[in-house]
Design a binder for this molecule. Structure first.
Ligand code: C5P
Length: 217
């Protein structure tokens, strides 16, 4: 898994679109991410297909529920051929430990503070700014056995000491004008300590997908 540092986000509504794209992706070179949209649309069928094609899968469902429910959900996930899956760190220590308990070979990756939230949103919900909230959440990651975290590239510089897998979305090698705001190039993100980068549209919507992949590897 460690050689494949690029995770391509397969944010599609059906398996036919996935099949068209994966023809261009070498499973030895990149991992793939299945998120809520594809999972809800195609479920296990998508995971089985990608697994048969030889892909290492990152299942990003961002679980956040009571510990018992998350424990059972992760048990189901670990029956699939999934290398990494996500939970919300905000679910708390007991929920994190419940997820780890049933994970077997699947790595558990914790989502920190959603990058779609700004200071005002965080203040409204938690009475503190983004940075303070991020630090508190990271303490939780540090003091549990969770395998890794998801963070924006801007947060990487604050995490040099954190000895966990760092999965980093929000990567753009060219300015895109889309909804990603806290972006960084792939080279900079790797240099700043990203173990894996997650890239969707710059690859899946590219005119030349193979060239786009090479640009992010
Ligand atoms: O198309 P794009 O490169 O923006 O896709 C990035 C992927 O990473 C999407 O699947 C998105 O859901 C995910 N993601 C993100 N920001 C986060 C967490 C996940 O963009 N904070």
């Amino acid at each position: 898994m460690s050689q494949r540092k690029l995770i391509i986000a397969l944010d599609f509504a059906n398996l036919n679109d996935v099949k068209k794209i994966v023809e261009y992706i070498d499973p030895q070179q990149s991992m793939v991410k299945v998120g809520l949209q594809l999972y809800l649309a195609e479920g296990k069928r998508a995971l089985d297909y990608l697994s048969e094609k030889g892909f290492t899968i990152f299942l990003d469902l961002k679980l956040h529920d009571i510990p018992n429910t998350v424990n059972k959900a992760v048990k189901e996930i670990s029956n699939f051929n999934v290398a990494m899956t996500t939970i919300h760190l905000k679910g708390g220590r007991d929920m994190i430990e419940a997820a780890l308990e049933s994970a077997s070979n699947t790595k558990i990756i914790g989502v920190s503070v959603l990058t779609s939230l700004n200071d005002d949103d965080v203040e409204e919900m938690h009475g503190s700014n983004f940075d303070n909230q991020f630090k508190r959440i990271m303490k939780l990651a540090e003091t549990t056995k969770i395998d890794g975290i998801v963070c924006s590239p801007q947060e990487l510089s604050k995490l040099k000491e954190l000895n966990k897998i760092k999965v980093v979305p929000g990567i753009r090698n060219e300015s895109s004008g889309d909804d990603q705001k806290r972006t960084m190039s792939s080279t900079e993100a790797y240099k700043n300590g990203a173990d894996f980068i997650v890239v969707g549209r710059p690859i899946t919507q590219a005119e030349n997908i193979k060239t786009a992949i090479l640009d992010y590897i």
